[in-house]
Design a protein around this ligand. Structure first.
Ligand SMILES: [Zn+2]
Length: 262
């Protein structure tokens, strides 16, 4: 195995002493069905591989081991679902953040790959932030929703690319881990959900195959654009914050962000 200085599991105490990182990215995933066309580990693989691409481009940044399990109760009628209870996941994320604080790492970017984790991220991060206000904690809770702001209208063919194992998720899978994807098996259903409100569904209420959206419209080309768009956006945010000293009151942060986002 080749040592990658961005991957914290690969580093020795000596490595860290000689080249300390000051920011970390925490990728969060899940272990659950994504239909017959994407692997059970899709969410952690996506979050982890995106995190590595970001860390490559932002100084003094390293990537934590991804959390390979998430809160997946809504997916449990489809195999292979191993789920953490929300309180377990909140405790794990909270313990990781507390440990980082103790290690002197005060800047954390949480890159989430799974919708069921969002509430736990919020609870853990708010609690740790209140305990240690000097910590800077950011999270990208739902990259699949953020794409609406970052990509031109009409980029996706169906349902804004959304869906569990949908057009967007299979596309980015084809870009990041093509050998684990089976686009020939792609199938999904676009559910009829009401607007404005957040429906607390079980996935079995939305689909009979474990996937939603239309993954038959996924392509590797779309995935490469999605990947680069997300990585550019996150790199832009972290770079602007580094330039501003992570002072959220500085007008420079807003200016730089806008420049990157355009
Ligand atoms: Zn997923």
């Amino acid at each position: 195995m080749e040592k990658n200085p961005l991957i914290i599991q690969h580093l020795t105490s000596g490595d860290f002493r000689n080249a300390p990182f000051e920011k970390v990215i925490l990728p969060l995933g899940s272990l659950e069905s994504h239909g017959d066309h994407l692997p059970f580990g899709t969410d952690s693989l996506t979050a982890y591989l995106l995190s590595l691409e970001v860390a490559r481009r932002v100084p003094k940044t390293a990537v934590l081991p991804p959390l390979q399990y998430g809160m997946s109760e809504a997916y449990r009628e489809f195999s292979f679902t191993l789920s953490l209870r929300p309180e377990t996941e909140t405790a794990i994320i909270g313990d990781i953040l507390e440990s980082l604080y103790r290690e002197g790492i005060n800047k954390v970017f949480i890159l989430n790959g799974h919708d069921g984790n969002i509430a736990s991220i919020e609870m853990a991060a708010r609690t740790v932030k209140a305990a240690h206000p000097e910590m800077k904690i950011l999270s990208l809770d739902a990259w699949w929703n953020t794409l609406k702001e970052l990509l031109p209208p009409g980029f996706f063919e169906v349902w804004n690319g959304l869906g569990h194992g949908g057009e967007g998720e299979l596309s980015i899978g084809l870009a990041l881990f093509p050998d684990l994807c089976e686009p020939g098996q792609a199938r999904g259903i676009v559910p009829r959900l009401p607007p404005y409100v957040d429906v607390k569904w079980m996935v079995s209420e939305l689909t009979d195959c474990g996937a939603t959206g239309d993954p038959t419209k996924a392509t590797r080309e779309k995935g490469v654009i999605i990947k680069e768009t997300l990585v550019n956006a996150i790199v832009g945010i972290l770079t602007a914050l580094d330039e501003s000293g992570w002072d959220y009151r500085s007008p420079e942060v807003k200016g730089n962000q806008n420049r990157e986002m355009r």
